[in-house]
Ligand binder design. Structure first.
Ligand code: MRU
Length: 312
């Protein structure tokens, strides 16, 4: 299974279509920057590092097209919140060989995720019960994962972790994708509805929570899937450590705090499935967890306090 892969023969980007999982395993081939932008927008590819990798190849395609500016603009406006998308675009646009740079981003991303796993596993005790939100595994990255990479590394070390998987309304990344990945990895888990996290933590059923991040601001505020902030608040209330695992490419040193980040608002129809026809909805895709609720950030460079995210 490859989430994001360059097809050299077709000179196109091959994406595992995450909108069809877990029922159907199919791929989408993107031959133009516009097709890559559409795949990001439709969440065929999703998760900050995977979006970054796709954007890198999209930019490489754009730079070979007659009107590179419009291709790049489409990718830039596909999804607003994940820092990795803009970081990847900046790198590829500056490069003398855009495709080689995209390949380099992908290789670095795989290495970063494995290092995040190693760093984070040192914080996990044997048989730890870990709460996760959204999908932060191989599907959300080029390979291995961030928060789920920590769980995976713990499993590989024989620590026998157990996961409580938050369903993650409204797109069900936890229910559809994280359970699928954990099953394939043989990691025991149980799915919970998002609103069960309170009772779970109040009953002492979890030892720690780990989330990924779409953007980490200069003051350590973490922007991640909507529902992360209430999870972090619950962890604080119940004395459970809340960790954030993300690569350095997710750090946005130029944005001072979370309130300055553009939070994507998606289609109302994602929320109104069970509501009477005509019901209006507000559907923010992310929220902001203040730095003070985060025990530590886990990146490929190590574990540090959120306030230390931008080091002198
Ligand atoms: O809307 P999504 O599915 O792209 O949101 C993904 C998340 O919120 C992840 O937690 C984040 O991107 C980190 S993925 C390793």
């Amino acid at each position: 299974m490859a989430t994001v892969e360059w097809d050299q023969r077709e000179r196109a980007l091959r994406l595992l279509d995450q909108t069809a999982l877990p029922a159907v395993e199919r791929y989408r081939l993107c031959r133009t920057a516009a097709e890559v932008a559409a795949a990001i927008r439709e969440m065929v590819v999703r998760g900050a590092p995977a979006i970054g990798a796709a954007a890198a190849y999209g930019a490489a395609l754009a730079l070979g097209e007659p009107d590179p500016g419009s291709g790049l603009a489409l990718i830039r406006s596909s999804r607003p919140t994940a820092r990795d998308l803009f970081w990847a675009l900046e790198r590829v646009e500056r490069a003398s060989d855009p495709l080689a740079e995209a390949h380099r981003i992908v290789r670095e991303s795989i290495e970063a995720c494995r290092a995040i796993g190693r760093q984070g596993a040192a914080l996990v005790r044997p048989r730890a019960r870990i709460v996760t939100i959204c999908n932060t595994g191989a599907l959300a990255t080029v390979d291995y994962g961030t928060a789920l990479g920590v769980v995976r590394a713990a499993q590989e070390l024989g620590l026998e972790p157990f996961c409580y998987v938050m369903e993650t309304r409204p797109r069900a990344q936890g229910a559809r994708l994280t359970t699928w990945e954990l099953s394939r990895l043989g990691i025991p888990h149980r799915l919970i509805v998002d609103s069960a996290a309170g009772l779970l933590l109040a009953r002492g059923m979890a030892d720690l929570a780990i989330s990924g991040a779409d953007r980490i601001c200069a003051n350590g505020d973490v922007v991640n899937k909507v529902g992360t902030y209430p999870l972090a608040l619950l962890c604080r209330e119940h004395g459970v450590p809340f960790y954030v695992a993300a690569p350095e490419s997710t750090v946005d040193a130029a944005t001072p705090e979370g309130s300055r980040v553009v939070i994507e608002e998606r289609d109302e129809a994602e929320v109104t499935t069970f509501a009477p026809p005509g019901t209006r909805a507000w559907n923010p895709a992310f929220d902001v967890t203040p730095a003070r609720l985060v025990r530590a950030l886990i990146s490929e460079r190590g574990v540090r306090a959120p306030e230390q995210v931008v080091r002198a």
